[in-house]
Ligand binder design. Structure first.
Ligand code: ZN
Length: 230
């Protein structure tokens, strides 16, 4: 028993020393200085589509770009409330393009480049891209997270997917999935990155929910909750 306690005590002291060493360094004049703590994360909240690209549109005329923006703004305000540094890639439905972007395709490419600039300018960025799903038949429903192909993004994606399942009910049985390489922002962000498909505009019941302020707030709160678990 004594031996065990002695070993335990030494382990605790070693751990304390290791932690002190990690946060302190010897300066040029020989004094012990404290290293600055690691920079906090910056949440880059990306409302998918917008401007010339409205994204998916439901049969009832609900535009994905508008739903995405509203959820992104709610998440941005929640981040502020929680003391998490956050930036938005867009804060309105209008997007300004460079003069040489004329066609919709050129405008989308220009928009993606400017979103990437926002991500890369953010210190210690974590990207959350907000989207809505659409399918050819009305049955599919539920939220689904797609993560960039690296471990940090996977852990983040699984955490947000769990939080969404908890918030939206166990009927939402989708699991987080790895991006196959076709989502431009996820694959070029260079930081932990996930895309949240919040719901299906092609499912009438879910489309009706996605029209409501309460459901959008619930989605934003669930995403924020999932981020805090990581
Ligand atoms: Zn989309």
């Amino acid at each position: 028993m004594f031996g065990l306690r002695a070993v335990f005590g030494r382990t605790v002291i070693l751990a304390a020393l290791a932690s002190a060493a990690a946060s302190a360094a010897i300066s040029g004049d020989g004094r012990l200085t404290r290293r600055p703590p690691p920079a906090p994360r910056t949440l880059v909240i990306d409302a998918g589509h917008g401007g010339a690209d409205g994204g998916a549109v439901s049969e009832g005329g609900l535009r994905e770009s508008e739903v995405n923006l509203d959820i992104a703004l709610k998440l941005y305000r929640l981040a502020g409330f929680l003391g998490v540094r956050a930036v938005l890639t867009r804060d309105g439905e209008t997007i300004e393009y460079s003069d040489d972007a004329v066609t919709v395709c050129e405008k989308k490419r220009d928009d993606m480049r400017s979103r990437l600039r926002v991500i890369r300018a953010a210190e210690n960025a974590v990207l959350i891209s907000v989207h809505q799903n659409k399918y050819g038949s009305p049955q599919p429903s539920g939220a689904q997270v797609i993560y960039a192909p690296d471990d940090d993004s996977r852990l983040l994606g699984e955490s947000v997917q769990d939080a969404l399942m908890d918030a939206l009910g166990r009927g939402n049985r989708r699991g987080a999935v790895r991006d196959g390489g076709d989502i431009y922002l996820l694959n070029n962000a260079g930081c932990p990155a996930i895309l949240v498909e919040c719901g299906f505009l092609s499912n009438p019941a879910e489309e009706a929910l996605l029209r409501t302020d309460a459901y959008r707030t619930k989605l934003a709160a669930a995403i924020a909750g999932g981020l805090r678990r990581r």
